[in-house]
Design a protein around this ligand. Structure first.
Ligand code: FES
Length: 364
């Protein structure tokens, strides 16, 4: 289970930020990255550490463990031929790191492995970074031949995932008075992305939009036919252009226009972490209050929601039954990709070739 992870205790914040700021696939600081990254991380640590203190540390590991346990329990039922299943967590920036997961898999005698991105929508800065790091670590640890791999790289519109999110939105809407409910604006919020990455051809914006459309269609089916919605982007860092509108700006704008009821829906996170518990619940709540939004709600994160556990198990079972190395989309590099490692699979469990390699081999 690949994800970014978070510092479980505030004291781990410095190491977490240092790994983040030295990851060239998410933050590019030029040739001085290995010096500048740690420097920037040290500068930001006190402020970010306070944020983690205010939420009691990141709960992402705890929730991922709950999701993993729920997933494999159901997966054993859904896919008895490939049972027993076991989950390992490989976080990109916090414990348990990829190295730890691989060592545990090795010790357990695992032979067949699925790299399951826990980001529903694919971005080269998140899922792509985790996968490339996995391939690098396998090489570094001389484990390139130890496991046969396939990849679950994205699942933005999986019906049970969509149903799980819609269920949480529905619960938040039901907290409002019936008379006000249909006037509530549903503000989906996803982690933002630098425009430089978008311009390269990253799939994330379109996949987030696909999730939003699918959740809204499900809500309409469930009888919430009159709510309007929009999509904002959160957690921008630095002065360069990122996707907009920022979620905070969207809230301020809605308040200015006279909207008083808003439900914010985290659409790209599957567990609570700092972006929900601090940024939405504290920072954006404050923005909403100032903007005159009197009824501000957040749809709960998926965490141990039974529909979410079922979604993960179904996605894994369908992947195993399909015997495909990855989704068809994984084979296609971003149009502007210059990273030789992107979209590779080390020791694939089924025949695998990137589309660009295929195209180049066929070019006379
Ligand atoms: Fe997207 Fe390489 S940057 S595939």
């Amino acid at each position: 289970m690949l994800n970014m992870g978070g510092p479980a205790s505030p004291a781990e914040t410095g190491a977490f930020l240092e790994r983040l700021f030295t990851d060239r696939e998410i933050i590019q600081l030029g040739p001085l990255q290995s010096t500048l990254g740690p420097l920037l991380a040290r500068r930001r640590t006190p402020r970010v550490q306070k944020q983690y203190e205010s939420i009691g540390g990141s709960p992402i590991r705890r929730w991922t463990e709950a999701q993993g346990a729920g997933m494999v329990r159901l997966l054993d039922e859904l896919s008895p031929l490939t049972a027993p299943h076991k989950f390992y967590i490989a976080f990109r920036y916090a414990a348990p790191l990829t190295e730890e997961a691989l060592s545990a898999m090795r010790a357990d005698g695992v032979e067949r492995a699925v790299a399951f991105s826990q980001y529903p929508q694919f971005s080269c800065t998140t899922s792509g970074s985790s996968l490339n790091h996995l391939w690098r670590e396998l090489k570094r640890l001389q484990l390139s031949d130890a496991f046969r791999w396939s990849v679950i790289d994205r699942w933005p519109t999986h019906p049970t995932f969509v149903a799980a999110v819609a269920h949480k939105v529905e619960q938040a809407l039901l907290e409002l008075d019936a008379a006000q409910r249909e006037r509530a604006v549903i503000l989906f919020s996803a982690h933002s992305l630098p425009m430089r990455v978008v311009a390269r051809g990253d799939a994330y914006p379109q996949e987030v939009a696909a999730s939003v459309a699918a959740v809204m269609a499900r809500l309409r089916e469930r009888g919430f036919a009159r709510n309007a919605y929009l999509l904002g982007w959160q957690s921008q860092v630095g002065p360069l252009p990122w996707l907009t509108p920022q979620t905070g700006e969207a809230l301020a704008g809605l308040g200015r226009q006279g909207h008083r009821h808003v439900v914010v829906v985290p659409i790209a996170f599957t567990t609570d972490h700092i972006e929900t518990l601090f940024e939405i619940d504290q920072e954006y709540k404050h923005v909403a209050d100032k903007a005159g939004i009197t009824h501000f709600r957040r749809a709960a994160a998926l965490n141990d929601e039974p529909l979410m556990l079922r979604a993960l198990a179904e996605i894994a079972a369908q992947h195993l039954a399909a015997r495909e190395p990855a989704s068809p989309q994984y084979r296609l590099n971003c149009a502007g990709c210059v990273n030789a490692m992107c979209r590779s699979i080390t020791n694939p469990a089924a025949p695998y070739q990137r589309l660009r390699d295929q195209a180049q081999s066929e070019t006379p």
